[in-house]
Design a protein around this ligand. Sequence first.
Ligand code: B12
Ligand code: SF4
Length: 483
Amino acid sequence: MIKVLLINPPLTVTERYGTEMKEFGGVSEPLGLAYIAGNLEKNGFRVGIVDAPPQEVSIEDIVTHHIDEEITLVGITFLSPMFDSVRKLANRIKELHPNVKIIVGGPHPSALPEDTLKEIQSIDYVCIGEGERTIVEVAEFLSGEREIKDIKGLAYKNSNGVRINEPRPIEKNLDTLPKPSRHLLPMTKYKLTGSRTKGSGFCPTIILARGCPFDCQFCSHPFGKTFRHHSVERIIGEIEELVENYGTRQINFEADTLTIDKRFVVELCQRIIDRKLDISWTCESRMDTIDEEMLRIMKKAGCWQISYGVESGSQRLLDIIHKGITKEKVIETFKITKKIGISIRGFFMLGLPTETVEESYQTIKFAKKLNPLWAQFTVTIPYPGTPMFAQLDKEGSIRHYDWSNYNTWGGWADKMLPYVPEGRTENELKNLQKKAMRMYYMRPGAFFNQLKTISSYDDIKKLAKGFIILVKTKMEANRELKG
Ligand code: B12
Ligand code: SF4
């Protein structure tokens, strides 16, 4: 049986968040790789994972210490901002180990399979979409057990250029996939973003469901539009394993739209309560798929925080991005969530297509009115694979295709922006992001909200550091004005 090495390429927290904000960034488990490793192991293949960011390994370390003669196939996971890192890694692997085959997967190559194969010549195959079955079939092909043209969801180079095989159907029953191989990951090294954890930053993630039927134009729908969830038994089993193996008391529940299926959420929460699983958990949700009854049982089952994507304070923009939610619904859901006692993280986007300066301020004002514990203001990045990217690209409004600069949140938007609405400037938007954070957090109300959450010395340090950064941005803005 061939041996496969899976790699999460080097992309440090500093590269993602910048020097100033790196302490607020998290490093999470690459569950996509762990899932495909699970299926490779189930099918008898030998497999290892290098998770470069937490293991602090460089490209040179990987090619010299982790790739040996036994390895036939290397798989790399790939988000758009990792482009440069993936290119350097793949080129260096081919230089030193020309016989090793390289496959990439993840949201970026899934959206642009042909471009990826052309832009990075050292890559042999692109997996499009869910990868569990595709990687096993590629490993079987390399073992001489099947033909490459029959592997669904695969793109590769041939004599005529690039061939894209038939699409791979989505996994209808997620439980048929083995559990992610967390034993191959450096689990103790992970730390979720400060705003998503209580006390210790260790908070492993479980994926409960995949797919979302909604149509937000900034979303790339890597798992398609059909909602599918794991069975409650499987999820409870995974929670118990995390508690037993890693002693965790907090978990991040991940799903594209967790609360879309009320019966599932209620059943899961009831089971957590009945089994007396003493865990607290955080999740994300859409504000029009959640109600008071659900929130009550979620709270009882240990949910302490929900992240809501509000996006904009302008109804015109909410409609343009097909958010499908009214501002009234947002206000109502915030009110009920606070009443139940679940803390809120609110996500807001600045610089949406056609957004005016007045509308940007409308968003900041709306955020203050909603007053979540944490507010995150992100300068809009149209990612490949999203309808927004397709539309702006068609209009000729994409300013550059330097994928490594496609970096959403991550401290400040300090890379060159791929899109700036007409009549606005890059500098103005970047400064506005900082100003939004100041306007939001440098209010007595927001400050006291934060004070109430302090439970350790680390929390005080984090708060003080955040405050100093905001004051620094204010001083910089003043200097710019004077200059
Ligand atoms: C949760 C999440 C996060 C969490 C991660 C939490 C965690 N513990 O995993 C946090 C908040 C930390 C995060 C951070 C970021 N995220 Co994020 N995130 C997501 C989200 C909502 C779900 C990801 C997930 O859990 N996937 C589950 C696993 C099982 O799926 P997967 O990794 O895609 O892998 C499957 C396939 O893609 C494929 N596959 C993946 N890799 C490989 C490799 C090989 C060899 C093969 C064969 C197959 C394969 O097979 C896997 C199994 O089916 C997605 C949206 C989405 N629905 O995907 C955005 C998403 C992935 N994030 C995105 C981005 C941009 C980021 C950041 C870069 C933002 C930033 N600047 O900080 C960072 C990068 C973090 C990093 N890894 O370095 C974008 C990527 C867009 C793009 N074109 O690249 C997405 C798609 C959201 C969007 N805007 O549409 N993210
Ligand atoms: S609700 Fe979330 S997952 Fe669904 S389309 Fe909108 S952003 Fe994407």
